[in-house]
Design a protein around this ligand. Sequence first.
Ligand code: PBG
Length: 328
Amino acid sequence: MAAFPTTRMRRMRANDWSRRLMRENTLTPNDLIWTLVVSDTANPTEPVASMPGVERLSVKAAADAARRARDLGIPAIAVFPHLDPSLKDENGREADNPDGLVAQAIKAMKDAAPEVGIICDVALDPFTDHGHDGLMEDGVILNDASVERLCSQALMQAASGCDVVAPSDMMDGRIGAIRGALDSEGFQDTLIMSYAAKYASAFYGPYRDAIGSAKALQGDKKTYQMDPANSDEAIREVALDIDEGADMVMVKPGLPYLDIVARLKATFEMPTYAFQVSGEYAMIQAASQNGWIDGERAMMESLLAFKRAGADGILSYFAPKAAELLND
Ligand code: PBG
């Protein structure tokens, strides 16, 4: 007689009700952070060619988006600025302008929907004519001088009403310096989400297009962003950032780095986030537009994968679309 399996895993998969009963992870709008590009253009919205479905928004349109986030149950928005090239220079002087685009966007969004958390990127790349996240001298990215500029940028963001500053620059010591600067100016309640494990990745391509730094970028970011080959290094980076005062830590990019998400969550038990970056978004959208994959299913599957890996939340350009589906 043939030996039949004694354990039949398929029994629990046989019906929708039993599949639902044994589901280990769920995705809700509470898990989503909407990554949004705000622009100083005169148009209310402008498509980003390499990111089908994503638009650069005017300050007014960003305020509408904040209301939409609130209505969809999305807890927070992460803002990224697209500046007119004439405002960019070597030192990123516009980065801490208290009347600049970022300050205007924060105020308009907090005004429109105060219940929605606003997260701001701390880095100079949208503001420098060389496209780097820090100050550059003779082709070298300066660490400590950059950190001073970043502190000033973070202070401007906090003073404008931003809830969370999110340093994405990968300079050494910036979390501690920013925490100190915030505390000494009375912003002890402003949160810090550290892009703690940020890799030098090809998947940022469409983002640089979205914020208009693609053509500008001189060289690469390998002297400050991490080598995709490394995992122990991520542990050291995150340990330092937690020590320096980070409230939340992030891994970036997302899907190709789920092992890092899982390892960090298990090691530190900190609020841990993953950034499904522009290139990940673009791949799903491009394949979907070609009819090669079911875009909606791929979107939901990829977002759920972050939860399974241990992420407490996901920064994603899909956030409004996914929240809409989840609310249906
Ligand atoms: C830069 C920054 C980048 C992203 C967020 N902040 C790009 C980079 O490091 O070059 C990427 C976001 C995305 O690809 O969606 N400070």
